[in-house]
Design a protein around this ligand. Structure first.
Ligand code: 5RP
Length: 241
């Protein structure tokens, strides 16, 4: 009976109790989401300037797709050298040649890397063998059946994404996104959320066990990235504690 109640609360994402930095959702302790900075700078020099100001504050450092494409693996090496204890993500959005891309990322210092959701299972499997953790980037059309296949090969992280271009064309975060994220969490995924995330956006995820918030421009393109990163950390702590 008690187990049924807990299960129902978890399905509804309703916290059973709150204590210090944890909430109990259906028998699962939920902790405060991580803050990941997305370095989508076009040059290594400007990425280094950003990370020197913010690296101590954020939990996870992402070498963004734009930076990977413009500077190759050097930014991954630099981030690892500067912050050896932080998790470094190579946002390669890999679509093919999973083994080679993952080996290059890992050998340069990345702990995690991303693959695009349309990549094949063999590509994902190959990448997974050479990197500590693989994250599937959810863009466009994907199905829950595909998601179950990712789980079956041992992938437990997804990045739920609002694309820059979708945001530019007027789409925003809404109920549909919240429901999809809930479903993914209930399937057992650690879900990171990204795409135009602002301080004000965080509140709408307050009842969800979000693994990580990934913020780029709301930190990097402000007058004071250090203060902006601190505000994100404080707001996450305020909402989830
Ligand atoms: C773009 C990305 C970005 O790194 C991520 O979405 C964060 O960017 P922003 O907060 O600036 O929207 O993966 O493909």
């Amino acid at each position: 009976m008690f187990a049924d109640i807990l299960k129902k609360l978890r399905q509804l994402n309703v916290p059973f109790f709150k204590l210090n930095n944890f909430k109990l959702y259906g028998g699962i302790l939920v902790s405060i989401p991580n803050l990941q900075i997305a370095l989508d700078n076009s040059s290594l020099e400007s990425a280094l300037q950003t990370i020197r100001n913010t690296g101590d504050i954020v939990d996870i450092i992402e070498v963004g797709t734009i930076l990977c494409l413009s500077e190759g693996v050097q930014p991954i090496k630099s981030m690892k050298a500067l912050f050896p204890k932080k998790t470094i993500v190579a946002d390669t959005k890999c679509a093919d040649a999973g083994k080679t891309v993952a080996e290059n990322a890992k050998n340069s210092g990345a702990d995690w890397m991303t693959v695009i959701c349309s990549a094949t299972i063999p590509t994902m499997k190959a990448a997974k063998q050479s990197i500590d953790e693989l994250q599937v980037e959810l863009y466009g059309n994907w199905t829950y059946e595909q998601a179950r296949n990712w789980m079956d090969i041992g992938i437990n992280q997804v990045v739920y994404h609002q694309s820059r271009d979708a945001l530019l064309s007027g789409e925003g975060w809404g109920e549909k996104d919240i429901n999809t994220i809930k479903n993914l969490i209930n399937m057992g995924f650690k879900v990171s959320v990204t795409g135009g995330i602002k301080l004000e956006t965080l509140e709408m995820f307050k009842d969800l066990n979000i693994f990580t918030f990934i913020a780029g421009r709301s930190i990097t393109e402000t007058n004071n990235p250090y203060e902006s990163a601190k505000k994100f950390k404080n707001e996450i702590k305020r909402i989830w504690s």
